[in-house]
Design a protein around this ligand. Structure first.
Ligand SMILES: [Zn+2]
Length: 194
């Protein structure tokens, strides 16, 4: 199984402690969707203190410093517009999202691993075009063989998704945790979940 390639993926930014803030661009849309732009409360408070962001919504919790008491921001908006990235970050989550958390060989869902279509031992790269979500049985069955040798078949072409494609997939898989103050700025409508 491919377990040693994760270092090739973009790591998700920072460790988000409790009470993250949703970060909006100056146009009030999330700075990024995948990953969702979240800052730790420490970064959010600091940015507000430095006057780089406006606070749009807050948690009920208050942090104290010697001079000020400030409610922890739950939504902040950048004062200066940042041009959004047009390419999709190659992350573990985005790759699973592209494949809709579905094994690209047998279509099963559940616990997923990553599989290099052209095995690394044969020069296969860790790229959008060569890595797919796979269940453990298929991953084991394929092992270090090519698709042809393994007798497996890919369910669809393996390509780098557009932001729009990831957003469509994202509608089916909302994050587990969304603070209520974020929902005005996100597209994860409750109706879409049924
Ligand atoms: Zn499978």
């Amino acid at each position: 199984m491919n377990t040693d390639f994760t270092e090739n993926f973009v790591r998700s930014p920072g460790k988000l402690n409790q009470k993250p803030a949703l970060v909006l661009n100056a146009d009030y849309r999330p700075l990024s969707y995948f990953p969702l732009s979240l800052w730790s409360w420490q970064d959010a408070v600091k940015a507000a203190y430095l006057d780089r962001v406006n606070i749009v919504a807050e948690y009920d919790d208050i942090v104290h410093s010697p001079s000020v008491n400030i409610k922890i921001p739950s939504v902040i908006v950048l004062k200066n517009y940042v041009k959004p990235s047009t390419s999709t970050a190659f992350t573990r989550f985005n790759l699973f999202l592209r494949d809709e958390f579905t094994c690209q060989y047998c279509g099963s869902q559940g616990e997923m691993t990553f599989d290099h279509v052209l095995p690394r031992s044969r020069g296969g790269k860790t790229t959008w075009e060569n890595v797919v979500a796979a269940c453990s049985p298929c991953n084991l069955r394929k092992a270090a063989r090519s698709i042809k040798e393994s007798g497996l078949q890919l369910r669809r072409p393996v390509i780098q998704p557009s932001i729009g494609q990831l957003m469509n997939a994202g509608r089916k898989f909302p994050p587990n945790y969304l603070h209520e103050s974020w929902t005005d700025y996100l597209y994860w409508d409750a109706e879409l979940e049924s």
